[in-house]
Structures are given as structure tokens and as C-alpha cells.
Design a protein around this ligand. Structure first.
Ligand code: SF4
Ligand code: SF4
Ligand code: SF4
Length: 355
């Protein structure tokens, strides 16, 4: 399927006949968790994106292994993988290349391959994920890294791994820009928060259609408006932290910093946004933040469930501070929990009203 070129950012276009292809490679070192997460998005949902329910959004052709029913033989016309070959031949314009999973280093292995995606019709051999990146990234309008593995390497890139795994920016280069001058867009999370991914996809689609400005990204290539606050700043347990009231074991419904929560030093909106349809959000529901959106995840945050070093202030670490604050607040609370004294039955007006 051929479609006409997208406008550059800021140049409005008639989206009626614009088709943007989303080519999704989930064959990096991946557990498919980000694909599964996207099926839970509600603001907007993937159905709303795919079925064109959002005003002004260009039509979307999803080539996504999780849901695609085109599963013919490799290399055959209309097979799932054929869309990737068409993009490689320059026949799809525009397209967004979505990568899920970390990128193994094929240059270090002695034989075989670390991860492949489809078969090369000419050789009958698997095409590696690295090769797809080499072929398609220069032709893509946008490259989107979905999940922490694709963004920064994630769990597969831990110290001691044999694959030399890395994130897409590590592979293509952090300064890499697409032919449309768009940097790699990273939406981390392990898995990604569903609405963070769907909202980013929508922004990119509007941008490609010339109906949205260039996506603002932070220094780690995350959408800035989604990752500009810490977990701690949105946590429903932050009041307990502030008054030095900490859980010593799970299930105590107090701040979790002493049992391993990294929230004060982690950029993630999950406590504010919830997980599915506004519900959930790690510490809000009693789970420590293990920093899954961060470039240093997981190595810099292990061992999980140990108290993070350097997070608590001297005041909150000092038991007396918490006791004093809670006692003073208890006195104030006792006072303000009473109704004013003039609210009672009787024949005398005691509200202070003066005619
Ligand atoms: Fe799976 Fe997490 Fe990697 Fe996504 S980031 S592929 S959920 S391990
Ligand atoms: Fe901060 Fe974590 Fe405590 Fe919440 S549970 S207040 S994020 S340290
Ligand atoms: Fe990951 Fe922490 Fe955000 Fe939970 S709160 S999704 S563990 S970064």
C-alpha cells in the first residue's frame, strides 16, 4: 500500500487520505510485556487509534505481531513480514518503526544469531533485529522505543549478560535523528504504562499529520510532559514520608522507603496516572518503586527491597522528628475535628451575628 508523504511538523495536512504505517518489531530481547500493556490503554485505547475514533488523526495501518492476522508465509505477498520488506524497498511512506525489546550485539557472537525477525527470502536465513534496524531506521519518519528494554536495555542488559544487549539509542546513537529530523522517542517502563504509550503514539501521529508540534523530549528522550515529576511527588503515601511514618514490612500502609522504594529519585507518573483506567500505581497500592523507567534500571537499583541509600533526609531518618511532627499534628487534628460551639439547640443566638 502506497500513501503520500507526511507533512513536516507544523505543516497542517488533510488527513483524509494519509495512512501512517506502524511497523512493530517485538523480536528484540523482549517478553512482549509492552505489547500486552498497550491492550490495556484507555486514554486513548489502541482500538480508538486503530479505528480512527480520534478527530484529525490520520488513518493507521498497524503491523503489530500481537494482533495482526496477516500471518502468511515469510516473503509471500500480504504476509505479515512482507510489510517490513515493502518499507525496506521504500514503498511505505510514512511509517513509524516501533521497537520492543533490547537490541543484542550481533557483532560479539561466535556463531548463529541472538534474535531474528522473519526470513530473508534470498537466503532462507533469519534477518536479525540489528539488520532490520540498519535497514529501516533511515527510512522511518519516527523510531519509537517502547518499554525500558528498547529504550535503555533494561533487564536483558544487566551486568554479566552474554548478549551485550542495549537500548535503541545505544545502537543508533543518542544524537540520531530520523529523516524527518525527529529524535528517537523512548517511552520506558517495564512494562510501559499503557496510556503513556498510546498517548505518545497519538502525539506522533498528529505530528506526522502536521497537526501537532514536535514532541518535547527530556534528556533521556522520554516525552517530557509524562516524565517530568518523580514517583514521590505523586505518591499517595508521600504524607507519611513527610511526617516520618514508615512501613517496616509490607502491608503496613505507610511510606515504603525503608523497605526499598526508590520513588524520590525516579521519574515516573504512574502514581498520579494509575495503571489501568486510573486505577493502581505501584506505591499507591503498596508496592515499592523499583525504578523501572530509569536508564540505570535494574543494576543501579539493586538489590531490590533493601533501603535505598541516600534517599531519606536526616530529619526523616531521625525517629524523634517523626514522633514530634505526628504528636503536634495529632493535637491540631484533635482541635479541628470538633464542630464550632455555636452549633446547638437553644433560644439564644451565639454565632456572633450582629444585626
Ligand atoms: Fe518485557 Fe520489561 Fe523488557 Fe518490556 S521492558 S520487553 S515488559 S522486560
Ligand atoms: Fe515516596 Fe516511595 Fe514513600 Fe511513596 S512510598 S512517599 S514514593 S518513598
Ligand atoms: Fe516503575 Fe516505579 Fe513507575 Fe512503578 S512507580 S512503574 S516501579 S518507575
Amino acid at each position: 500500500m502506497m500513501s503520500r508523504p507526511a507533512a513536516t511538523a507544523g505543516e497542517a495536512t488533510d488527513t483524509d487520505d494519509l495512512v501512517v504505517h506502524l511497523l512493530w518489531i517485538n523480536a528484540g530481547l523482549s517478553c512482549d510485556g509492552d505489547s500486552v500493556a498497550l491492550t490495556a490503554a484507555t486514554q486513548p485505547s489502541i482500538e480508538e487509534i486503530a479505528l480512527g475514533a480520534l478527530p484529525g488523526l490520520p488513518k493507521v495501518a498497524l503491523h503489530w505481531p500481537l494482533l495482526d492476522y496477516e500471518c502468511g508465509p515469510d516473503g509471500g505477498a500480504d504476509s505479515f513480514i512482507d510489510w517490513f520488506h515493502r518499507a525496506d524497498r521504500g514503498e511505505l511512506e510514512p511509517f513509524v518503526l516501533v521497537v520492543e525489546g533490547s537490541v543484542p550485539n550481533e557483532a560479539i557472537k561466535r556463531e548463529g544469531y541472538w534474535s531474528g525477525f522473519g526470513i530473508d527470502p534470498a537466503t532462507g536465513q533469519p534477518i536479525t533485529v540489528c539488520e532490520w534496524l540498519d535497514r529501516l531506521a533511515p527510512k522511518a519518519t519516527v523510531v519509537l522505543a517502547a518499554g525500558t528494554c528498547a529504550a535503555y536495555g533494561g533487564v536483558h542488559a544487566m551486568a554479566g549478560n552474554p548478549t551485550g544487549a542495549m537500548g535503541v539509542p545505544d545502537y543508533l546513537g543518542w544524537e540520531w535523528r530520523s529523516k524527518a529530523d525527529v529524535p528517537i522517542v523512548c517511552v520506558p517502563g517495564c512494562p510501559v504504562q499503557p496510556d503513556n504509550l498510546s498517548e505518545t503514539i497519538v502525539h506522533l501521529l498528529y505530528q506526522i499529520a502536521g497537526r501537532a508540534p514536535a514532541i518535547p523530549l527530556d534528556e533521556n528522550l522520554r516525552p517530557a510532559w509524562l516524565f517530568d515529576r518523580t514517583v514521590h511527588e505523586g505518591c499517595s503515601l508521600a504524607g507519611y514520608y513527610e511526617q516520618g511514618d514508615f512501613s517496616a514490612v509490607f502491608g503496613q500502609d505507610r511510606c515504603l522507603v525503608k523497605i526499598g522504594c526508590w520513588g524520590p529519585a525516579v521519574k515516573c507518573n504512574v502514581p498520579k496516572r494509575g495503571w489501568i483506567n486510573g486505577v493502581g500505581g505501584c506505591p499507591n497500592v503498596g508496592g515499592i518503586c523499583i525504578a523501572c523507567t530509569m536508564p540505570g534500571f535494574p543494576d543501579r537499583f539493586m538489590p531490590f527491597m533493601d533501603q535505598p541509600s541516600g534517599l531519606h533526609t536526616p530529619e526523616t531518618d531521625e525517629g524523634l522528628y517523626g514522633i514530634l511532627i505526628r504528636t503536634l499534628r495529632g493535637l491540631t487534628l484533635h482541635d479541628v475535628e470538633k464542630e464550632p460551639e455555636w452549633r446547638r439547640r437553644g433560644h439564644e443566638l451565639t454565632t456572633g451575628y450582629e444585626p
